[in-house]
Design a binder for this molecule. Sequence first.
Ligand SMILES: *[C@@H]1O[C@H](CO)[C@@H](O)[C@H](O)[C@H]1NC(C)=O
Ligand SMILES: *[C@@H]1O[C@H](CO)[C@@H](O)[C@H](O)[C@H]1NC(C)=O
Ligand SMILES: *[C@@H]1O[C@H](CO)[C@@H](O)[C@H](O)[C@H]1NC(C)=O
Length: 183
Amino acid sequence: MKGSGNNTKCLANLAAFVIFQVAVILILAFTVMRVRGPKVRLGVVTVDSFSTSNDASSPSFNMRLIAEVTVKNTNFGDFKYGNGTMSLAYNGTVVGDIAIVKGRAKARDTAKFNVTIDVTSDRLASTASLGTDMNSGVLTLRGDAKVKGKVKLLKVMKRKRSGVMDCSLSVNLATRAVTTKCK
Ligand SMILES: *[C@@H]1O[C@H](CO)[C@@H](O)[C@H](O)[C@H]1NC(C)=O
Ligand SMILES: *[C@@H]1O[C@H](CO)[C@@H](O)[C@H](O)[C@H]1NC(C)=O
Ligand SMILES: *[C@@H]1O[C@H](CO)[C@@H](O)[C@H](O)[C@H]1NC(C)=O
């Protein structure tokens, strides 16, 4: 009788230990090991040089923008990304693009860097409705970028992840202030 009582206690301890282990693994699986793609966004954008014409026959814009790009890594491991590209588009046509140089966002941190990007209406096939748009005083551009890389966890595990930028920039043509909105 005494022996079987010890066995029961031993089994109960073993069961409790197994349950504890499973709980720890589940908690790890849903927190530390859960690997998410980075969030790629635009920070402050400033206008460096600027020339526009809303001449009715040939409206145009030429601007050099300095844009802060942020790569937010919510994972518990570093995110290392390779070279990428970023582009700005007006009405679906790319009017400026630039290379994003490879880098790293540390664990649960945000990497920030500035890019200089020249945009020009010379790249538009048609400027038919550009004049009307510019007369409204605000030029809206779409910012696109893709960052691809790997999240490294517990020093050995690597998971491929990527993030895309989906932002809109509104350039106030009178004040040259730029407001950005990102998804
Ligand atoms: C990334 O870009 C830099 C600078 O443009 C270049 O020197 C390097 O070779 C590129 N690396 C890869 C892997 O393409
Ligand atoms: C980007 O440039 C702005 C000024 O145009 C500066 O305030 C900001 O600190 C820069 N950000 C980085 C990450 O260098
Ligand atoms: C956008 O481009 C299309 C052709 O791709 C053109 O028909 C339309 O008028 C343009 N809209 C603006 C606001 O420029």
